[in-house]
Design a protein around this ligand. Structure first.
Ligand SMILES: [Zn+2]
Length: 489
């Protein structure tokens, strides 16, 4: 009878720790949509990110592009048409008082859920208008297709996507790179190496709006859309000695994966002559300081790419549908990567079952991801195809580590932390470190119901594991007694 119970416990434990990880898959990398066929091409050869003021394009070239008023109306019309999955809000105003409008797309827009958030920002530079056009197309495409396209559905149901088509409407209105105070917004953020832009009173209102935005919303990843080249750029953007060379951040491999995902999903970005595979480390291209990308990673906990999506800053408006088609799959795949790969989960306390907004670190990577204050969910993007040691911690609790094999699918790893006070063998000597593997639907169920159910299940699993351990110890003790006897004899 005891043996039977032991076997039952063992089977249950094995099911939790071995089989469920496979069920946990949130879709495979292979499911990412691939670049389509086409004949046109525009290779990345230009370097227009340099801060020099360029000759302003003629008004003639802007024909067919949305004006600021057009864009505002289009965004308002969109959120009326797609009110079920979107909302419109502003994160502040430009120097000239133009609202910085954002569309949020989600099945529960405006609500806090245990889901990752992604942001797209366009038109950081006023004379790079392609991004703002593409972002409106992206919003409309998702709205038109989320009930029939699996990727659009995945995004709407599992991600909060925030779209800011124009960060620099003032610059756009005069076809100029800088804002109305003639400041380059992509040089206006605090820098990790040099004490520039530290004077808060001098920071531009557009920059302040972005910084406050990241305090309000926990973004897992983001991308800004620029024009003038064709390449996916990733941190670091600057070097400590200001020289130009490859300077990777702690998550270099993950960033290379994300940038490659974009370039290889693009019609022709990865075929670039200038950039191998259509990606580049920012500092190896040319170092910049005070950029938005590095600040996001360092201070916002947000993995940001800088995407150059068109060699020509002002292609004819008639080319916009083609450029959209070239970027559509990349834009969707990048957002979907937040749930299709990486390690995700929640952190709970064992004593009360409450969510713990703790910290998550991965061995060998000097970077900390914070779990959300509300649900204690964390979303750790990582390069697939490797084994990672993931540790969760929270003040007053014993840290817990689990080993995760991250294949092509996302893995869920929930952590149950034991209070320091009760640790020491009285409550539990150990609990299932490898609780990762809960299917996404199960996680969502817990998230959307109540913590009591979660806690009850946790207690059941812990109890069974406790029985299992006791049984193993008992057997070991008997074996030792037996062997001692045999030695004695
Ligand atoms: Zn730019």
């Amino acid at each position: 009878m005891i043996k039977l119970r032991f076997v039952q416990s063992l089977l249950f434990f094995t099911a939790i720790c071995v089989f469920l990880p496979k069920i946990a898959a949130r879709g495979g990398h292979s499911d990412y949509i691939q670049p389509g066929d086409g004949n046109a091409s525009f290779h990345g050869t230009a370097r227009h990110l340099f801060a020099q003021e360029e000759k302003r394009p003629s008004v003639e070239l802007t024909r067919g592009y949305m004006t600021n008023a057009d864009l505002e109306k289009a965004m308002k019309d969109f959120t009326k048409r797609c009110s079920k999955i979107s909302r419109l809000y502003s994160i502040g105003k430009s120097v000239n008082g133009f609202p910085l409008w954002v569309i949020e797309i989600s099945d529960r827009p405006g609500e806090i859920e245990a889901e990752p958030a992604f942001k797209y920002i366009g038109n950081v530079h006023g004379d790079e208008p392609v991004g703002r056009e593409l972002l409106l197309r992206l919003a409309n495409w998702i709205c038109d297709n989320y009930e029939k396209d699996p990727l659009a559905k995945l995004i709407v149901e599992n991600v909060h996507l925030h779209i800011l088509p124009s960060l620099n409407p003032d610059g756009f209105s005069v076809r100029r790179r800088n804002n109305a105070n003639n400041v380059d917004l992509n040089r206006d953020f605090p820098d990790q190496f040099f004490l520039i832009n530290e004077d808060l009173s001098l920071r531009q209102p557009e920059t302040t709006a972005i910084m406050n935005w990241l305090r309000e919303i926990r973004f897992t990843a983001s991308a800004t859309l620029h024009g003038g080249a064709l390449v996916a750029n990733f941190p670091w953007d600057g070097t400590e000695d200001k020289r130009k060379y490859y300077y990777g951040c702690p998550d270099d491999q993950t960033f290379r994966f994300l940038a490659s995902l974009y370039s290889k999903s693009h019609r022709n970005m990865s075929f670039s002559i200038e950039f191998e595979d259509g990606i580049t480390n920012g500092a190896s291209w040319y170092p910049i300081y005070g950029g938005m990308q590095d600040w996001n990673y360092i201070h916002g906990g947000c993995f940001e790419l800088t995407l150059e999506i068109s060699d020509n800053k002002w292609p004819r408006a008639s080319e916009l549908p083609t450029i959209w088609e070239y970027n559509r799959k990349s834009m969707l795949n990048l957002v979907a990567s937040l749930v299709k790969t990486g390690v995700h989960g929640r952190i709970f306390s064992l004593d009360q079952g409450k969510p713990l907004p703790g910290l998550v670190v991965v061995k060998g990577i000097n970077y900390t991801v914070k779990a959300h204050q509300a649900y204690a969910d964390y979303h750790r993007l990582l390069e697939p195809g490797k084994i990672y040691e993931v540790t969760a911690s929270s003040p007053g609790y014993k840290p817990k580590t689990t080993t995760v094999w991250l294949g092509e699918n996302a893995v869920t790893a929930d952590f149950i932390l034991i209070p320091e006070a009760s640790y020491g063998g009285k409550l539990l000597r150990s609990s299932c470190d490898c609780s990762y593997g809960q299917p996404l639907l199960l996680t969502r169920f817990f998230t959307e119901t109540n913590n009591g159910i979660t806690f009850a299940l946790v207690v059941v699993v812990a109890f069974l594991f406790f029985l299992l351990q006791r049984r193993v110890r008992s057997n070991l003790w008997k074996q030792r007694q037996s062997s001692r006897r045999s030695i004695t004899v």
